[in-house]
Write a protein that binds this ligand. Sequence first.
Ligand code: NAP
Length: 542
Amino acid sequence: MATDHATRPNGAFPTGDFPAGTRAPGLPASLTPALIERLTAHVSAAPDAARVTTNAPYTGAPLADFRVSAPEDVEAAFARARVAQMSWAATPIAERKRILLRYHDLVLARQDEALDLMQAENGKTRRDAFLEVVDIGIVSRYYARTAARHLGPKRRRGAIPLLTHTTELRHPKGVVAVVSPWNYPLSMAAGDTIAALMAGNAVVQKPDTQTALTALWSMDLMYEAGLPEDVWQMVIGRGSSIGDALMDNADYMMFTGSTATGRRIASDAGKRLIGASLELGGKNAMIVLDDADIEKAAEGAVNACFPSAGQLCVSVERLYVAESVRDAFVAAFVSRTKRLRIGAAYDYGVDVGSLTTPSQLETVTGHVADAVSKGATVLAGGAARPDLGPLFHEPTVLTDVTPGMTVYDHETFGPVVSVYSYRDVDEAVALANSTSYGLNASVWTRDGARGRAVAARVHAGTVNVNEAFAAAWGSIDAPMGGMGDSGLGRRHGAEGILKYTEAQTVAHQRLQGFHPPARISPATWAGLLTGALKVMKAAGLR
Ligand code: NAP
């Protein structure tokens, strides 16, 4: 069947020849047609389904061709998942743990294949891709080793001390729908799925089409590690086509993407009364305090603003610098930014890669043009780089940014940061808290206690002191997620796995309950219970 252009993801690539001077390499040798065929065969779709083609951001060349899932394919995937989930939930946690630890080892052993895939599909640098491998190593080890503790039965204080035996149990939700984006194709596709699987759920996932090969690769490795195939399945298609089928069949929805889509998902989940975890957009702030080590803060800002060409939900787009150190900081930051090596290479030699889709490039160039036309000053970068490939854009530092410019309070999701100065810490905190988002933030200072105190005042789900984002993100035992328009629910830690469960309290009442025994009048019984309540309070009981 012909390619279904209606399902071509994220805008059309420039047609015809690629820009003169494009030096981007072809696909790496590891991405053989046989590998791509094996991965695409895992998509739950009819053999004669409509097809969609993705393009490699480095060059615009066609990359992979997928069968597109129809709503009936999504329903069929859920039906298979529902059957498989029953025996998966009955599989001892020790066995689930063995599978996950094998998956961990496979991801590390085959990382070159994963890095090639991520770079080919997303256009990011190898360093940025490697961070996703690290992330999946951390997440899979953590949930393999802690799931039994998080999920195991827990004795709770009973209604009547000694007489009520109360236990909290955790049951899997059933079949979880996971919608994952294109910007961190391995981290986002596998990270949230791992916890759902470990909790005994099956998963039907819709990865973003642009980076579906990486998601399918991850699922393929999990099969190799021992996961029964129907327990984790993937469907491909636009949200407008299969989003309703996903929502209508899911027992829980794990969504990562924009705030606009997140609101729609939340509303639909509300109508069905199912839970949803929403990891959404941000406009993250970094505060440089007046006592910060300027060189370290400037280096930290580079790491905060330009990973994956700024297409990172926790990357920084607003820099607030104390007036007294502003000039020194800006000089150090701008000179580092100008030295960054931009380009396409399947090795570790490049600092900043490509944007991923034509629509991303359009947004980034649009935000910069809007700011410049309204009086912003470009301190570094500022332009697209078609000489490097169709979707490259320079890391860009702006100043003189004012309200009314799009970039002031809208997420760019690209390599563009605005620098502002502030007079005192109260003003810095107020500015950092001045958008409707609240995902991630970063504070720089030589005084750790001061940094942590300022961090606690910032309206964001994660705040890093003297780090950009990796300290909080990598603190896997602690929750990660957004406040305000940045989301609902958390990944990582206990919350990241318990959200995929139904809590059940089983209370076994022995001997005597709250009703009066046969020979005691209700009034006497009320008096006895009142006395007992007073004793329990006086004894310091909870
Ligand atoms: P998006 O437009 O919201 O799309 C995200 C995914 O949702 C896409 O695969 C999209 O598929 C799908 N989708 C759209 N409508 C749907 C529906 N009704 N039901 C089910 N799925 C539906 O977001 P994006 O622009 O691709 O991703 C970038 C955004 O994600 C940024 O705002 C970024 O900050 C955010 N993000 C947040 C985190 C976090 O952890 N907080 C992490 C990464 C990214 P189609 O496009 O094919 O329709």
